[in-house]
Design a protein around this ligand. Structure first.
Ligand code: UD1
Ligand code: UDP
Length: 365
């Protein structure tokens, strides 16, 4: 079978690693990198660390408004589909790269396979919600990470082609956690942070720091919200380490805050990120993927949003949502961590999502 896979943003590289590995053992996969993310530490580093095959096509689309970015991708992906004549096209998640890939294939009557189908925040203004709803409605296979996702699709009348596979990010974590530990345990994580960044506090200790990430449009488009988030971080009872997304980095300088408790660093590779996540006191984030990784690695999480698509992580308070208010953020992040007394149910599958996705695609082809 000949499959085209479209990826373009950091979490998609991470999700693609286990599937590409399984699928390529017997079948042909052609990878298109849209170029949505292009900085070295937002793209190349993941291909190297996770041994993801080099893309067959690099579209170099780069940043821009939604219409511009999605439109350029659509045009270029269409040309490649016409040339390669694949049996199907695979997309991950809910970025503009996802929608462009799905739309290009659907219009040419090429079956669309959507990994991470069925997620909903029911927040219509969110660009990711628009991308995922549209993608789901033109997909032929809807590969769902959770039972909730299957139910969400049912509510929209989508039952054909829906398959519960478990979460592909769980596969990636399981594959790489040992390597992450062997590379970064003892003081190697600190040495590595110091080598790449100018100001790392010397007293940073495992389980004694918050690890935070912020990049979601709803939190970054409004500078007042960013100001509130960073003011709350300054008030937390432990140092806050933030590998900052370039989108937010560009805005933060405008805030002119003198940080004492917050250390901003460049985005890190996946292996170091896993280590930092597993050894943090708590994750504070608006990322989708990181909420799950926190849960997989049994690190409590505070999510700086009004909704989450990953409702399973809220069980026993492993993850808690916080409105963007200084007091609410600090209160939620310093809550009593009763969740640590509870074991977790296997709500994200058995870590073999890549195999189930592969089987489903081959059966459909
Ligand atoms: C995108 C996805 C989001 C996902 C996130 C993962 C959409 C609509 N959003 O958001 O769902 O959670 O990726 O990280 O697809 N930039 C750089 N260098 C890069 C990439 C981006 O400087 O390598 C800067 C640019 O100024 C760009 C901004 O970040 O304008 C936003 O990038 P973009 O890809 O549009 O959206 P993300 O916020 O990354
Ligand atoms: N991540 C990483 N380095 C960083 C920040 C995040 O490797 O500096 C990883 C993180 O562990 C997770 C993924 O990137 O696997 C999440 O991507 P992001 O938060 O950008 O997107 P989202 O999941 O919100 O779509």
């Amino acid at each position: 079978m000949k499959l085209i896979t479209v990826i373009g943003a950091r979490p998609q590289f991470i999700k693609s690693a286990p599937f590409s590995d399984v699928f390529r053992k017997k079948h042909k996969e052609i990878v298109i990198h849209t170029g949505q993310h292009y900085d070295k530490n937002m793209s190349d580093i993941f291909f190297k660390e996770l041994r993801i095959p080099e893309p067959d096509y690099h579209l170099g689309v780069g940043s821009g408004n939604h219409g511009f970015q999605t439109g350029r991708m659509l045009e270029k992906i269409e040309d490649i589909i016409l040339k390669e004549k694949p049996d199907g096209l695979l997309v991950y998640g809910d970025t503009n790269s996802t929608l462009a890939g799905a739309l290009a294939a659907s219009k040419l009557h090429i079956p669309v396979f959507h990994v991470e189908a069925g997620l909903r925040s029911y927040h219509k203004r969110m660009p990711e919600e628009q991308n995922r709803v549209l993608t789901d409605h033109i997909s032929d296979l809807l590969l769902c990470p959770t039972k909730t996702a299957v139910e969400n699709l049912k509510k929209e009348g989508i039952t054909k082609g829906v398959i519960l596979t478990g979460d592909i990010m769980y596969d990636t974590v399981n594959r790489f956690i040992k390597l992450s530990n062997s590379r970064y345990s003892k003081d190697a994580w600190l040495e590595s942070l110091k080598a790449e960044n100018e100001v790392i506090p010397s007293d940073l200790q495992e389980k004694e720091y918050y690890l935070a990430t912020i990049h979601r449009a709803e939190n970054t488009d409004d500078l007042k919200k960013l100001q509130i988030i960073f003011s709350a971080f300054e008030k937390l009872d432990k140092p806050v380490l933030i590998p900052l997304h370039p989108r937010t980095r560009k805005l933060i300088d405008k805030l002119n805050i003198k940080f004492k408790n917050v250390t901003i660093i460049n985005p890190v590779g996946y292996l170091l990120m896993l280590y930092l996540t597993a050894n943090a006191y708590m994750i504070v984030t608006d990322s989708g993927g990181l909420q799950k990784e926190a849960y997989f690695l049994k690190t409590p999480c505070t999510t700086l949003r009004d909704q989450t698509e990953w409702v399973e992580t809220l069980e026993y308070g492993w993850n808690m949502l916080s409105r963007i208010e200084v007091q609410t953020i600090t209160k939620t992040a310093t809550r009593k961590l009763d969740c640590l007394k509870h074991s977790q149910a296997p709500l994200f599958g058995d870590g073999k999502a890549a195999e189930y996705i592969c089987q489903a695609i081959l059966k459909r082809a």
